[in-house]
Each structure stands twice: as C-alpha cells, then as structure tokens.
Design a protein around this ligand. Structure first.
Ligand code: UDP
Ligand code: MG
Length: 138
C-alpha cells in the first residue's frame, strides 16, 4: 500500500524578513524540516498583484494595508515540497500573530507583529495549487 502523500505548497518570505536579510535563515528552517525548495524567485510585486493574490481577504479591514505591505519591497516566493507540505508549512510558520506562535516556529523567531509576520503559507492543497500557479505559471 502506498501511503505517501507528497504535496506542494506556496511560501512567501515577506518584505519585513527579506529587508532584514533573513531569507537564507528561513530557507534553512524549511530544509531542516525536510522541505525541498523546488522553485524560488525574488521579486517585487505591484499593489494590484497583491490585491489579486489576497482577494480572499478583500472585505477585511486590514486588506488595503496588507496589499500595500506585500508590495512594499522584495519578497522571496517558493514552491515547497514534502509529505503533507501544506499542514507542515503551517505548523513551521506558527500562528498568524507572532505573539501567539509556538517556540521554534518561523513567526515566533522572526515575526515583528501580526502584519509583519515574516512568512505566508497556503492554507489548503486547493489554494496551494492556485497560489503556485499565480506566481509560477509561465
Ligand atoms: N493580517 C493582518 N491583520 C489581521 C489579520 C491578518 O495584518 O488582523 C495579515 C497577516 O499578515 C496575515 C495576512 O493578513 O499573514 C493573511 O491573513 P490570514 O488570516 O490568512 O493569516 P495567515 O494565513 O497568513 O496566517
Ligand atoms: Mg491565510
């Protein structure tokens, strides 16, 4: 019986972390947890692209600031792969608010605040496919 469940998920190292040159340390955290970085690029996006990416949040009070922030500086976008990658990445990232994040998580270690929380990760396999396509479809 084949019980393997290799998944891909989208990870973004957000502007607050890239600005502090934390991208290599964060990538090491992924690799140490067994993730392969199968695609990677450092880019800066337009606010209009951030608005498309975060469309699911368009009714939220923080939507405008969130989109302004994600487009405010360089980001590192990656496709990560491993067994159960979507959930595994959410666990490694930690809670949205770094104050609530567990020890050993990326957001606990590097997050500054709920908005400057250093990383994005897809929240489901379905959304991971959409988000990977968003950044890596040629
Ligand atoms: N966010 C924010 N204020 C809030 C909630 C969320 O600025 O009150 C930002 C935060 O950067 C978060 C992003 O919006 O990472 C997307 O929110 P979501 O609830 O999807 O959290 P995530 O999936 O990133 O943990
Ligand atoms: Mg989310």
């Amino acid at each position: 019986m084949n019980m393997s469940n290799t998944e891909q998920t989208l990870s973004i190292i957000k502007p607050d972390a890239v600005e502090r040159n934390l991208d290599n340390e964060i990538k090491e955290m992924f690799k140490n947890k067994g993730f392969s970085i199968v695609k990677e690029k450092k880019i800066q996006i337009e606010k209009s692209e951030a608005e498309k990416f975060y469309k699911v949040h368009e009714t939220k009070p923080f939507y405008n600031d969130l989109c302004a922030y994600l487009s405010s500086g360089p980001i590192v976008v990656m496709t990560l792969e491993k067994e159960n990658a979507v959930l595994g990445n959410r666990e490694l990232m930690g809670a949205t608010n770094p104050n609530d994040a567990e020890e050993g998580t990326i957001r606990k270690r590097y997050g500054i605040s709920i908005d400057k929380n250093s990383v994005h990760g897809s929240d489901s396999v379905e959304n991971a496919k959409i988000e990977i396509d968003f950044f890596f479809k040629d």
